[in-house]
Design a protein around this ligand. Structure first.
Ligand SMILES: *Cc1c(COP(=O)(O)O)cnc(C)c1O
Length: 444
């Protein structure tokens, strides 16, 4: 064991980890582009963008430079009563491409807090208006982060069972996941049923409901589950009849992950609030943003602090983070990056549907922008950890490929800087691994 790993075992408690049984963590010393290097000098392809945050590859020189320059100019300043150029520059850049309605930016420092802020703003909006509303609507399987409010609206995901009793009331409606090759014929009916359930709820409680929160187009943490955009358009137009606030959690889907810059571009309906984080700084520093409409913002204006939004974090709008985010956005909107995202989508499509056709035990193939996913084995019901997923992950790691299957769902969500060859290679390795697993022999 190298020194870092030894000290790690002495001191560190890792996220999402059963410390008693987890393998010893790999000590990473360096990262460049899509590669991570451990202390022994082994290279790994980062096929999950370091938990979905990295966009342009590790240690991108432009981001490194922005970080250096900004840290030497203005490292940090309290954001109440003060402002600075890096923060407003970032807002200006984002506002230019977001729908016009989304124009007020509230800073925090991670995805969970961006959601927490959205939920609190939505709740207080009605409070300030003098309307008593306290219910929320969310979709089954949605994941919105690990703080208490975010967990409440994600209570139906596989992660938060322990804390159930602490949650505020949320109405969960079923998520009509689209499974290619499995429910093509019944998906219309499935969606119709959910709409009926929603209508029944709205009929009773629509006027008491604060907000609807969704992960647009794809539920990430519950296993890269896609639904049809027309379904989301329909539920949104339903809740709008009751003036319910619509929140899009774009923490995963933002910044090009699903193809366009934001997943809301796949939909006709525009949300009142969006939550951003993960890719916002290209994966270099933590930052959260909650963006709202002018109408919502104005409900907090008044002559005393009671109506103000009394929420903030110590590192709100850290200038270094903002400067890196703006630089990352410059890269993201370059012709080259747009082209790279198209290529990734094409390679995903070619490879995943090839794998599917080859009948080696792959089901429900799906590609949404730079995200490519499929299920190993026939079993539809998924848990956080499942045998095929674990086996595939371990074998891939031995071949220098980092993946983190969710249950038996395997996915690639690579940095945009990956080349077509590198991505094809990763799929080739995956194909051999899956063939060796002989999943095709399973009977169910
Ligand atoms: C990851 C994620 C979050 C939580 O973000 P953190 O930065 O991990 O707190 C919230 N919502 C979605 C959709 C996510 O994928």
């Amino acid at each position: 064991m190298d020194t870092t790993t030894r000290l790690d075992r002495k001191y560190v408690w890792h996220p999402f980890t059963q410390e008693a049984t987890a393998p010893i963590p790999i000590s990473i010393q360096q990262a460049k582009g899509i590669y991570l290097y451990d202390v022994q000098g082994n290279a790994y392809k980062d096929m999950i963008s370091s938990w979905w945050v990295n966009l342009h590859g590790h240690a991108h020189p432009k981001l490194v430079k922005a970080l250096h320059q900004q840290s030497a100019t203005l490292d940090h300043v309290v954001f109440a009563g003060f402002t600075h150029e890096p923060a407003v520059a970032l807002c200006e850049r984002l506002s230019a491409i977001l729908p016009d309605m989304l124009c007020k930016f509230f800073f925090s420092d991670n995805g969970s807090t961006s959601v927490e802020v959205a939920l609190k703003i939505a709740y207080q909006y009605w409070y300030n208006k003098g309307e008593e509303r306290s219910r929320f609507i969310a979709l089954e399987g949605g994941y919105h982060g690990d703080t208490l409010g975010a967990m409440s609206v994600g209570a139906n995901s596989v992660y938060h069972n322990v804390f159930r009793k602490l949650f505020f009331p949320v109405k969960f409606i079923p998520y009509p996941e689209f499974l290619y090759g499995e429910n093509d014929l019944t998906i219309d009916e499935e969606e119709e049923l959910v709409i009926k359930k929603l209508d029944a709820f709205l009929d009773k409680y629509g006027e008491e409901t604060v907000a609807l929160i969704i992960e647009p187009c794809i539920q990430g943490a519950s296993g890269m589950r896609v639904c049809r955009p027309q379904f989301l358009n329909r539920i949104i137009s339903r809740v709008r009849r009751y003036n319910i606030i619509v929140i899009f959690d774009e923490v995963l889907t933002g910044f090009g992950r699903t193809g366009p810059l934001f997943a809301l571009e796949h939909l006709d309906e525009i949300p009142d609030i969006i939550c951003l984080s993960k890719g916002i700084t290209g994966g270099m520093l933590p930052l959260g943003l909650t963006v709202t409409t002018q109408t919502i913002y104005e409900a907090f204006l008044g002559t005393n602090t009671d109506s103000a939004f009394l929420h903030g974090h110590s590192y709100t709008a850290n200038p270094i983070t903002c400067a890196v985010a703006t630089e990352s956005f410059n890269l993201l909107t370059s012709k080259k990056c747009i082209e790279q995202r198209k290529i990734i989508e094409e390679v995903h499509k070619a490879c995943i549907f090839d794998l599917y056709e080859s009948r080696i035990g792959i089901y429900a193939p799906r590609v949404l922008g730079t995200i490519g996913a499929f299920r190993l084995g026939k079993a539809k019901k998924q848990q956080y950890q499942m045998p095929y997923g674990i086996e595939c992950r371990e074998k891939a790691l031995q071949q220098g490929i980092i993946i983190r299957p969710i249950g038996n769902t395997v996915y690639f969500i690579p940095p945009y800087s990956i080349t077509a060859e590198e991505l094809y290679d990763a799929y080739d390795i995956l194909q051999v691994i899956i063939q060796e697993m002989k999943i095709y022999e399973e009977k169910l």
